[in-house]
Design a binder for this molecule. Structure first.
Ligand code: SF4
Length: 97
C-alpha cells in the first residue's frame, strides 16, 4: 500500500500579499540547519531561481496547522509541504510544534 495518496490532509490556497511576510526565527534556524540559508540570512533554495524566490516572498498561506498566516517560503520548506499544484499547497497536516 502506498502512503502517497493519503499524504495530503489539507489543500491550502496560496494568496498574494502586499508586503512580504518575514520568516520567523524557527523557520530561519531550520533553513540554516538544512543549508538553505547562509550566515548572512540570504536564502538559497535549491532549484528556485531568484525571480521565483522574489515571487514566493509575495505569497502566503493561512496555515491550518500553525493556525496563522505564514509566508509561502516558510510553507515551502515545511516538513508538511507535499506539493504545490495550481496555486494550492498540498499539506500533510501533521501536528507540528
Ligand atoms: S505545509 Fe506547513 S506551513 Fe504549509 S500549510 Fe502545511 S503545515 Fe502550514
Amino acid at each position: 500500500m502506498s502512503a502517497e495518496s493519503t499524504d495530503t490532509k489539507f489543500i491550502v490556497p496560496i494568496k498574494g500579499v502586499e508586503k512580504s511576510i518575514k520568516l520567523d526565527d524557527r523557520a530561519k534556524s531550520e533553513l540554516h540547519a538544512i543549508g538553505m540559508m547562509d550566515d548572512k540570512g540570504k536564502l538559497k533554495l535549491k532549484g528556485v531561481s531568484p525571480k521565483m524566490l522574489k515571487r514566493m516572498k509575495m505569497e502566503a498561506v493561512d496555515c491550518p496547522v500553525f493556525k496563522k498566516e505564514l509566508g509561502f517560503i516558510q510553507c515551502y520548506v515545511c516538513s508538511n509541504f507535499h506539493s504545490r499544484i495550481m496555486g494550492k499547497v498540498y499539506c500533510k497536516g501533521e501536528p507540528l510544534t
